[in-house]
Each structure stands twice: as C-alpha cells, then as structure tokens.
Design a protein around this ligand. Structure first.
Ligand code: ADP
Ligand code: MG
Length: 346
C-alpha cells in the first residue's frame, strides 16, 4: 500500500474511533422518582464502561439509598428514628443507626460553627409558624404572642441533646424536644446516593434532590456539569435562572424556598427560623446558594447563612476557606431587583 493510502486509512480509523468514543459517551441514562415524601430525586449517569450493573439498576439503587435516609430521618414518618427521638421524655435515650448518628454529629458541629444559628432542635418553633404558611386565602395571620414564642424557645437548643458514642446513644435532657433534620438530611441523602453510584462503577453522574445537587466527573456530552440558580421572582418557571454555574465536581445547595413563607404587616417571613430570637428569618437576604465539596456541607452552610444574614455571611464563609466553600447571596434590593453577592470576595 502506498504511504498516501496508509495515511488515509489512519485518518478513517481515527474518525471511526472518535465517533465510537463520543457516541458511547453521549449515551446516558436519566430517571426521576419521589424519594423524600413528595420530593423528587433526579439521577443522570454517563454510559461509563466501568459500570458493574445496568444503568437502570444503578439508578434504582441510588433512589433506594436516599429512601433509606428518609425512612430513618424524616420527622414526619412515625417509625423513623427522628420521630422516635421526638417522643422521648426527659432522661430517656435512643440508640441511633450509623447514618443518623453521623448526621446528628454534623448537625452539632454546624451548631457550634454558626454560634447557634443552625439548630436542628428548632422543631417547636417550626410547628408554631407552619400553620401561618398554610392559611386559606383571606384568613388573617395571628402572630404568636411573645409568651407563646418564649414557651417554644424553652424547648429549643442543641444543648438539650446528650450523646454517648459507645452504643451511639442520644439522650434528651429536656421535655418536648423536636428535632427536624430538614436542613441537612437532604444533602446527606444526595451524598450517599453519589457514593452508591461510585461504588457501582459510575464515574460521571449528577444527583439532585429538591434542588440540592452533587455531580462528579463530567456531563455525558463531555463538558463540565452546569447548574442554574433559580430566579426567585419566577419560582414556577424552571427555565428562569439568575446565574448558570459551571463548577465541575462539586455539591450545591440553595436555601430559601421562595414558595414557603407568610406575610404579616407587610413583612415576608421565611420557613427558616432564627433559633436565637425565635422569629422566622426576614429579608433582605432572600436566597443563598452554597458550593462545597459535599452536599451535606452545602446544605447546612446554606441554611446557616440564611439565619446569619448578609452581615455575618462573609465571616462565616471564611471559616471554610480550606475546603474552598463558596456562597452566592441573593439580596432583594429596590424595585424587586435581586443583587448577587459572591463570597469569598475575590
Ligand atoms: P429549603 O427547604 O429551601 O431547601 P433549607 O435547606 O434551608 O431550605 O431547609 C429548611 C428547613 O430546615 C426548614 O424547613 C426546617 O425544617 C429546617 N430549619 C429551619 N430553620 C432552621 C435552623 N435555624 N437550623 C436548622 N434547621 C432549620
Ligand atoms: Mg439547607
């Protein structure tokens, strides 16, 4: 064969190889399912040759991992560990599973790091304000009296939980304790689902539960994963984004559900509570997005920042400098405009 023909053959072979490579990479598998009560989970995986099962099975196992977390940690599921914990009387204790123990220890760590702004014992205050978010049209908001708020606050405080590592026991040292892991368990479930997928040989994936996301590797199209920050002014339009991020491998969580609030005397009150005052969080900070190595971290930091507010946010984010944690604050300014503040400031 002539040299020219050789070159031609090599070019054709290279083109075929590239076509095969890119077409196998392009093929991916995606599915959604309700996993945390009504909250939907979305999993996208690349067609990785290292996969040990079918893509369908891998995704089902990721759903199962997240459902297991909900069954253990949902305060609304009667037989969950957290529901059992919430039924304990002063002086009683409960042995926790490895996963719930871990999430509780992380919750205590963020409580310390945030100087009390993050507190999973806020349950009594959440129960106080939740009915106000679900009033029928025209029904007046009756704001709780200072006495009622004080009574709920007396049952709030992570110091009322005592942990014993041997046996993984938690003891309540106050009556009426109500733990709610709503600000941390979703992120943990995302992390566990990603770990499950990695153990099954997945190299490229994105897992999302109710807006909390984590991705590894890259998008099946061979580009970094992209994630959008929803525009709070258009909560019903998933296409309306404030900013599209291309961060590569990371986790991302947003705090501030724009649909969960009530209004009283012209002020909008969030479903996030400041346990230090007993009041729901109010503006101008309407949303916080956090980018961190794990989704548990992103989730807990986002809620902490919502409570700490824009003034304390920079100092708090600086505590996570080594892990490269970043935050984007959404601040409501005049005329319904949203100003984005990136932390740490570069
Ligand atoms: P979203 O529900 O918008 O994702 P978060 O991740 O911030 O928001 O979680 C909010 C949930 O966290 C609330 O519904 C409640 O269950 C719980 N929560 C509210 N205030 C606090 C707080 N100060 N510390 C810890 N958890 C909280
Ligand atoms: Mg959160």
């Amino acid at each position: 064969m002539k040299t020219r023909n050789y070159i031609l053959l090599i070019i054709v072979l290279a083109a075929v190889a590239f076509w095969v490579y890119s077409s196998t990479r392009l093929v991916s598998y995606e599915d959604t399912a309700p996993v945390l009560g009504p909250i939907t989970m979305r999993v996208v995986i690349g067609n990785d040759s290292t996969l040990k099962t079918s893509p369908q099975q891998a995704v089902q196992q990721a759903f199962e991992a997240a459902r297991k977390i909900n069954n253990a940690m949902s305060a609304y599921q009667e037989d969950s560990e957290i529901a059992q914990l919430n039924r304990l009387a002063k002086g009683e204790r409960l042995a926790l599973s490895k996963e719930t123990w871990l999430v509780m220890q992380e919750a205590m760590r963020y409580h310390r790091l945030s100087d009390g702004a993050f507190d999973v014992t806020v349950g009594p205050l959440i129960e106080l304000y939740r009915p106000l978010r679900n009033l029928a049209e025209g029904e007046p908001v009756v704001f709780p009296t200072p006495e009622i708020i004080a009574a709920a606050r007396a049952r709030v405080g992570s110091q009322y939980l005592k942990f014993t590592e041997a046996g993984r026991f938690v003891e309540v040292i106050q009556d009426g304790i109500r733990v709610d892991l709503g600000a941390i368990a979703k992120g943990f479930a995302v992390d566990l689902a990603v770990e499950k997928l990695l153990s099954l040989g997945v190299q490229n994936c994105l897992v999302e539960i109710g807006g909390e996301t984590r991705c590894t590797g890259e998008h099946p199209e061979g580009r970094p994963w992209r994630q959008a920050i929803q525009d709070p002014r258009s909560p019903h339009d998933p296409g309306a984004s404030l900013l599209v991020l291309e961060e590569g491998e990371c986790a991302l969580a947003t705090s501030g559900d724009y649909q969960q609030y009530f209004e009283y005397q012209g002020t909008r009150y969030s479903h996030i509570i400041d346990p230090r005052s007993g009041f729901p969080v109010t503006g101008p900070l309407v949303g916080v997005t956090v980018i961190a190595p794990t989704c548990l971290q992103a989730d807990a930091i986002a809620t902490s920042l919502s409570v700490l507010g824009e003034r304390e946010a920079a100092a708090f984010i600086a505590r996570f400098e080594e892990q490269g944690v970043k935050a984007i604050l959404q601040l409501a300014v005049q005329d319904g405009e949203i100003q984005l503040i990136h932390l740490p400031v570069e």
